[in-house]
Design a protein around this ligand. Sequence first.
Ligand SMILES: *Cc1c(COP(=O)(O)O)cnc(C)c1O
Length: 393
Amino acid sequence: MVTPNREPSLSPVDGLGRALDHGMTSTGVFCLNLRIPGPTPCPDEVLTASARQMINHRGPEFAQILRRVTDGLNWVFGSSNDVLSFTTSGTGGLEVAIVNTINAGDKILAVSIGSFGDRLRSIAKTYGAEVDSYALEWGEAADPDEIGRRLDADPSIKAVCVTHNETSTGVTNPVEAIAAEVRKRDRLMIVDAVSSMSSIPCPVERWGLDVVVSGSQKGWMAPPGLAFVAFSERAWAANAACTTPRFYFDAAKTRDSLAKLQNPWTPAVSIYYAMDRAFEMMRAEGLESVFTRHEAIASYTRARVKGMGLKLVPVDERFASNTVTAVWWPEGVDAKALSKRAREEFGVVLGGGQGKLEGKIFRVGHMGWVSQRDVSDALDVVERVLGDAKAAG
Ligand SMILES: *Cc1c(COP(=O)(O)O)cnc(C)c1O
């Protein structure tokens, strides 16, 4: 059972946003109610594990850890090929996906429903891909039929790039249905699952996904530092024909080193310690239970927010995310001042809006090591600062 050890949020913090009586981790670090959608809070056990002394990253002890962590990744991704890990953030993982499968001049269909979809499209463009852009209004989810139509209209499209869970708008794309359209036409399916994998079901083989990316600081209960990338057999075939320049992020090199239970370069050893411990906790809880916990907390969050009279950013609630809830601030409030008060007086750190949503929405992250109490505490504070602002006129 995952039960973060924090005091109620409606307790005081000092002016720097340091909690006066919030929970303290075993390593003595103050623990605010960090509700941004990554990095997310880590359990004490994971933080303690990550503080272990260094070992030889080419020695037998690290080999065992890398094997266990890779087994854990394969389990969560639903992959029979070993999932690769890279020392980088999620964006680095997206770059791995592109530079190892897409050649300059290749045509891709870039599906974007928010800022992370835009980012994946930008990476592909940076490396010379020719991009057909299917961009939706922020708050909407992509339509699998429209993707099918676009693929039929242009047989030269080699790959479809899509965000599974769009963290900027709190919308989860119907990736299983999109993948079915892509598979029917035998194109490559590249998926940003950075903020979904491990929290929302995304079985890569069952759904027929080809390149799938995640990152340690989102739903994995670990600090930032590792990105995970799964490659299907089709993706490896594309990789063999891919001549895009790459060195550090060479997937084949990483796969060949993994066969010797090493990384080509010095990896973030401490984050492997953390992931190793986090997998023990996930296995104890069970993957299905992890998914249902996220589902339950997310539906609680949405009900509570709507009960406060606030509006969700997702246009169709069926596509609302189970890892992050995006909410419109009411018209006329000073969003920045309210977030500041939540953080400084109550120790609740909300996510803001990105890009064109800056100052218009707030986001409540609920992925990884999270309980309903974390969210209810945070929303108590949102209710309080909104109520006070309203009373003040
Ligand atoms: C967080 C995130 C990323 C990667 O961000 P980094 O800051 O590079 O780790 C990419 N895509 C999505 C959907 C994300 O939520």
